[in-house]
Design a binder for this molecule. Structure first.
Ligand code: F6R
Ligand code: ZN
Length: 204
């Protein structure tokens, strides 16, 4: 553990080579897998999600690949997040979304592949979204919950994410509140629909 008194860092410098084309992290130690069945309660069309689980064999929704660093202040965690393409009803596949447990921690997403949006909200009711596409970076400021959605018709949405290693993940609040908007695709167009899920009204 690093401290001001003992500045000895707990890990040594290292480097690695990412496959930027495919969006692959070499030899990840952790692979977090979220399947359709892990997403119960998140989509508006619950019946469509159940059909997907039953008829498509509970497909993988998204994966996070990590080579973890110590979860201590001063370190930077990094990972690759890969969100598959697809719809639940007309709602684009999305991540659960979370606040950071240490709310005053930001995050950078560098999109390597695919297309989509980063949907963000604050607990005070502000809502924002930013486009994700190869080469685009999204800055998620402290205190903004964030969820990504894949709007493409066949390509994974892949991002390289960097955030303070002590940030932690608070999923519970989003499970209760949802986001003020849902990202749909209708007739080939992306639609930001008002959400029927409980939560604060959109003020911006
Ligand atoms: C880390 C972060 C991303 C997400 C990943 C999956 O703070 O924001 O690496 O963890 O995109 O999304 P969630 O964690 O919302 O299931
Ligand atoms: Zn995060």
């Amino acid at each position: 553990m690093m401290s001001a008194k003992d500045p000895t860092p707990s890990i040594d410098p290292f480097s690695l080579e990412l496959d930027l084309e495919q969006g692959l992290l070499p030899e990840p130690e952790n692979r977090i897998v979220r399947r359709a069945s892990d997403m119960r309660g998140y989509y508006a069309d619950e019946a469509a999600l159940e059909r997907l689980i039953a008829e498509a064999g509970d497909p993988i929704h998204y994966e996070v690949f990590e080579v973890p660093v110590p979860e201590e202040a001063g370190q930077l965690m990094y990972c690759i997040s890969t969100l598959r393409p697809g719809r639940v009803g007309d709602e684009c596949f999305m991540t659960k979304g979370h606040y950071h447990t240490v709310a005053e921690t930001a995050e950078i997403y560098l999109c390597l592949r695919g297309e989509g949006y980063m949907l963000m909200k604050t607990s005070a009711g502000r809502c924002a979204w930013e486009r994700m596409a190869r080469g685009r970076m999204v800055y998620v400021p402290p205190c903004w919950a964030h969820r990504s959605a894949n709007t493409s018709d066949g390509e994974p949405l892949v991002s390289f994410c960097v955030y303070p290693a002590h940030a932690g993940h608070n999923y519970g609040d989003i499970q209760c509140e949802g986001f003020p908007r849902r990202i749909l695709k209708r007739g080939g167009e992306v639609v930001f629909a008002g959400s029927a899920s409980p939560g604060p009204a959109v003020t911006s």
